[in-house]
Design a protein around this ligand. Structure first.
Ligand code: CA
Length: 234
């Protein structure tokens, strides 16, 4: 069995059981919750690597549960929505989910999405070594992107980013100065071009920028190339 854990939060028994079954079959360690309160209790007890979160829960709004999760853990959140039209609205609200799937969804697609998101295992604290792996650190002016520890530092201070924000920044930092198209980022960071939803890239990019600015980063800067994509300019 995989050591990657997924928490499935859904109040409709048939859907929760279906999602749990297909994810277990794919080798994940799956736990279940049927309410927002049970989800948060599970997260506090032992945070999973990824949460499949239903938007319509009996006791709480899924967007609020997502914000709470975000405040407490870095795990991935894949949100399930009742209708495709809700996705745009949710992205606009910037609740911090890493991905969205509208019901009805194909179980195979759900498994593929979870696998794509979890291609980076959760960071396990390594045995401290005297010599940090220098090759894994990219330095660009005030910014350091450490691919090994998945840490970003501005002038030496760690910036608290979600996994998706880290992946976006690492993609830009790997090719400084070059324009990366939104489609390229969608493929590289989400490993799919599902729904062609470029607004998801924009929403996460704006959160990333806000955090880097708040951390005092002035150079390099993420520039928008209108209608095309983004580039990192020192
Ligand atoms: Ca529901």
């Amino acid at each position: 069995m995989s050591d990657q854990s997924v928490l499935v939060v859904e109040d409709t028994d048939e859907i929760r059981e279906l999602v749990t079954t297909v994810l277990r079959r794919a080798g994940f360690d799956v736990r279940e919750a049927s309410s927002g309160a049970a989800c948060l209790a599970e997260v506090r007890r032992d945070a999973p690597d990824l949460i499949v979160l239903d938007l319509g829960l009996p006791d709480a709004d899924g967007t609020e549960v997502c914000r709470q999760i975000r405040a407490e853990t870095q795990c991935y959140v894949l949100m399930l929505t009742a209708r495709a039209e809700e996705v745009d609205l949710l992205i606009g609200l910037a609740v911090g989910a890493d991905g969205y799937m509208a019901k009805p969804f194909s179980p195979r697609e759900l498994v593929a999405r979870v696998q794509a998101m979890l291609r980076f295992p959760r960071q396990v604290p390594a045995v401290p070594s005297a010599t940090p792996a220098e090759e894994s650190v990219r330095r660009l002016a005030e910014l350091e992107v450490d691919e090994e520890s998945r840490e970003v530092r501005v002038d030496g201070s760690v910036v608290d980013l979600t996994r998706t924000e880290f992946d976006l920044l690492a993609a830009l930092a790997s090719r400084p100065g070059r324009v990366l198209q939104r489609e390229t980022l969608l493929r590289e960071v989400w490993q799919t071009d599902w729904e062609g939803n470029l607004r998801l890239v924009e929403a996460h990019m704006s959160n990333l920028r806000r955090k880097l600015q708040a951390a005092g980063l002035s150079s390099p800067e993420i520039r928008t190339v209108r209608g095309v994509g983004y580039r990192l300019v020192a």
